[in-house]
Design a protein around this ligand. Structure first.
Ligand SMILES: [Fe+2]
Ligand SMILES: [Fe+2]
Length: 199
């Protein structure tokens, strides 16, 4: 396993970019690079490790190379819990399985990075700063162009000193979208929204 994080390790970062580019479709790779860049910038603003933010951003969708059925199968094979909701919405598992892949395929040992990958889709109650940074960056990185209120959320994330403001804006819009357009909402996303809107 590669020991990192004490200082920027250029060789290790190059190998991550190289491996990931081979595994992901072009559009997904561009998105991942966008999340890494946005997360690094937010880390500078809010006082998180820029290096960790870059790695977590880059790898957050590393399991997107698998379809829903493969994700369910791979999670079961590796003793990763699959809830009945996740069985119906297999794509959600790319976060859980992504954290596992980051550890075994990309040699990431840092639990805070793995946790940011694990929670990037649903969020959860009482998130760490790095988890918030990746959750927000996934939504606002430059190649995103469909979500409503993007300009306002981008402005808030970079111009206000309260990261929870933009986090909550994203959770609110995500929940509205899930309710209206898909008719399904997972309990973790809902609980996270309640937690942050009541604070
Ligand atoms: Fe994702
Ligand atoms: Fe993503």
């Amino acid at each position: 396993m590669v020991k990192i994080y004490s200082k920027y390790d250029e060789k290790f970062m190059f190998s991550l970019y190289d491996k990931l580019q081979k595994e992901l479709k072009h559009k997904r790779f561009i998105h991942s690079v966008g999340v890494a860049g946005t997360a690094s910038s937010l880390a500078m603003k809010y006082g998180e490790s820029v290096y960790k933010a870059q790695i977590a951003g880059l790898l957050h969708d590393c399991a997107k190379c698998y379809d829903d059925e493969e994700l369910i199968r791979l999670c079961r094979k590796n003793n990763i819990e699959v809830t009945s909701f996740e069985e119906e919405h297999g794509f959600l598992l790319h976060a859980k399985y992504g954290a596992h892949m980051a550890r075994i395929r990309y040699a990431i040992e840092d639990e805070s990075i793995l946790s940011a990958i694990r929670w990037h889709t649903t969020g959860h109650e009482n998130m760490t700063l790095l988890e918030k940074i990746i959750y927000i960056s996934d939504y606002i990185e430059p190649s995103r162009n469909k979500a409503p209120n993007l300009d306002r959320i981008r402005y808030t994330a970079f111009n206000e000193d309260d990261i929870d403001k933009s986090l909550l804006m994203i959770m609110k819009d995500t929940i509205e979208y899930l309710r209206k357009d898909t008719g399904s909402l997972d309990t973790t996303t809902e609980a996270a929204y309640k937690y942050y809107s009541n604070e």
